[in-house]
Design a binder for this molecule. Sequence first.
Ligand code: SDX
Length: 392
Amino acid sequence: TDGVITLDPGFKNTGSCESAITFLDGEKGILHYRGYGIEELAEKAHFLEVVYLLIFGELPTEKELDKFHYDIQHQSIVDEDVKKILDAFPKSAHPMGVLCSLTSALTAFNPTSVDVRSEEAMYKSIVKILGKFPVLVAWTMRKKMGLPLNYGSTSLGYVENVLQMMFRQPNEEYTLNPIVVEALDKLLILHADHEQNCSTSTVRIAGSSHAGLFVSLASGISALWGPLHGGANQAVIEMLEAIKADGGDTKKFMAKAKDKNDPFRLMGFGHRVYKNFDPRAKIIKKAADEVLADLGIEDPILEIAKGLEKEALEDPYFVERKLYPNVDFYSGIIYRALGIPTEMFTVMFALGRLPGWIAQWREMRLNKEPIGRPRQIYIGETLRPFIPVEKR
Ligand code: SDX
């Protein structure tokens, strides 16, 4: 009545939670990280500042940021044994499956108990995974492309280091393109956290059993892989490519998306929370135009995407169901322009979401939350006597 929400005590034991990290208003299309608007952060901040903000709650001072960056960059060595696991995968393995396995493997080097014994121990685990995860992302891509692996450099910025590990060819200097750096930095900020979405809730509930940080993150990677969640950015590009191959007839795909007997959905459209627009999609759409123009790239699927969006926004089926473009609708067009293979798009989503997962896991552990235990409404059989098989 007076605007104060009182939480049923049982609420906390179901895996749902109170959180001070990210605020969403689905009706108004509002997204704040620790009280800062996503529009301002995407425009003015760097990804590593946002990582610090999400995890520790405040924007870092220059000194704090420098130490954070130093600690992370000096954690980018990955045990050579992880390479043996990477080598065991066929090139055909999906990068999300590879990334999930490599992240789980890191747990062997970071036992569960050390994570939370003290803030200092937790900080060490956090910078460890922030330093090693980009290496796993880059190695996953290089493996997929059949290219030799690169190592992290302690003389580059966080995003610059990711790019050089992903794209530097042997015996070549890798020239960083500031347009590419800025585009990736912005995309990672826009993916960094999103309250209790499917994969973040998975990380929280896995961690609530006191499973370690790294293996809880691996559970989040699994959940993110699904095409209804983070896998959508890859599915969007595949859908746009199919429309292009089919002669660009968006009406046919719109009809399929509305046909109840057809499982096809317009990928990159709709959202459980945003019922007017996804503020991230607005920013990414504008960035897609800018990045492709700056890089001098003409990508016909951007025009197909815009045509599809225009049609859907005027179609009663989509308007009635409040279906608008979400974060995944335009992001793949930028990843493509940056030269990232389509199968790596969801891995890039995971790289962006990593700080959000870490922040949410840390909040849950510091709050000493009980083990998550969702309840159910039982609708099955009532008690009945056993019947021996010969009498069934
Ligand atoms: C992400 O939660 C988060 O915050 C997630 C995320 C994050 O940052 O972590 O924002 C990232 O996962 C974005 C979503 C990416 N997924 C997609 O783009 C896949 C396509 N979209 C959907 O499948 C769907 O819209 C969801 C999964 C995103 C949301 O599903 P809901 O809220 O469960 O909606 P629903 O399935 O109940 O659909 C409601 C109606 C249904 O029609 P009716 O049965 O009422 O007639 O809308 C229809 C659906 O058929 N519908 C769609 C549609 N999405 C919903 N119809 C066609 N195309 C679509 N994309």
